[in-house]
Each structure stands twice: as structure tokens, then as C-alpha cells.
Design a protein around this ligand. Structure first.
Ligand SMILES: [Zn+2]
Length: 168
């Protein structure tokens, strides 16, 4: 398995190629290309498949890293739920959205009970926010998926390389 540092460098090294693909291969508009590039970076540095262990991306979450404890508890390292090609990064995005919505609602209700916020419906607000930004989330998600793909391919390559070395 490649080290966290190698994963970071590979993500950075491939960002220009991802940008060129977006702009010149797929002729995507500027906004969507920026979202994809941002997603690729976040997918490599913060929403990496290695969130299933105490990895560099996990520690980058700082005091918010508790968000990933249930994820690590539920998902085995390098299982298809974290390192699968098609759905794993969408699952992480869904998980994060769910947890952030929950935290927002709980925080908002707590502040309302103390009278520090006027009464509102936080869940409905969160739903409206997500609905209004669905387009951006989708393009960001494609970027996250590319960032995870870079990670997974590097894991595969490094496993293949090491098993070949061991067989010699
Ligand atoms: Zn990995």
C-alpha cells in the first residue's frame, strides 16, 4: 500500500491533467471545472478512501475528526465500501452530508431552546440548502470520485509492485 505522503503527491501531480481533461477534452465550463478540481483535491486530501483508518486525511479533520469514528468502526480497511471504484466516494459524501445535517439540526435546536436563535425548522432549511446546491454538489462529487480513483489506482499499483517483489 502506498504511503499517505505518496498519495498526497500523486493527487497534486495529477491536478493539472484533470484540469486539462475538463477544459479541453470535455469542454466543461469554468465553474464546473473548478468544482471538479476542488473535488479532486478534497477527495485526495480530506475525503480519501483511507478515512477508514487513522490516516493523514483523517487527522486533517482536526477537532471534527470524531465525524469519522463511526465510519471507521463500521467499515473494514480497504473494503469495497471505502476503496470500491464506483460507489465508495459517493457513500462518503452521503455520510458526511448526513452527519453535518444532523449536527446542524442539533446545534440549531439547542440554540433555539436557549432563546439564542428565533424558532425555525433546521431540517427543512438543510433540505432547501441541499436542494438549491444540488448542481454544485454533483460536480464536486465527480471531483471527489476522481480524487478517490487516483488513490485506489495507486494502492493497486503499489500492492502489485510489492507482491511481485516478494515473489522474486
Ligand atoms: Zn488506501
Amino acid at each position: 500500500m502506498a504511503s499517505g505522503k505518496t498519495h498526497d503527491w500523486m493527487t497534486l501531480a495529477l491536478l493539472p491533467s484533470v484540469w486539462l481533461l475538463c477544459r479541453w477534452q470535455f469542454n466543461l465550463p469554468m465553474e464546473e471545472s473548478i468544482l471538479i478540481i476542488a473535488g479532486t483535491f478534497i477527495g485526495g486530501f480530506f475525503l480519501s478512501p483511507d478515512l477508514d483508518i487513522r490516516s493523514r486525511p483523517f487527522y486533517r479533520w482536526g477537532f471534527l475528526r470524531f465525524i469519522w469514528w463511526p465510519y471507521q468502526w463500521a467499515i473494514r480497511h480497504r473494503s469495497s465500501l471505502s476503496h470500491g471504484i464506483f460507489w465508495a466516494s459517493w457513500l462518503r459524501l452521503l455520510y458526511l452530508t448526513g452527519v453535518l445535517t444532523l449536527l446542524y439540526c442539533l446545534g440549531s435546536l439547542w440554540l433555539q431552546q436557549r432563546g439564542w436563535l428565533p424558532p425555525t425548522h433546521p431540517l427543512q432549511e438543510a433540505r432547501e440548502f441541499l436542494h438549491a446546491h444540488l448542481h454544485e454538489l454533483l460536480w464536486l462529487g465527480i471531483g471527489l470520485w476522481i480524487g478517490a480513483l487516483i488513490h485506489i489506482l495507486l494502492d493497486w499499483l503499489s500492492s502489485a509492485f510489492h507482491s511481485k517483489k516478494r515473489r522474486r
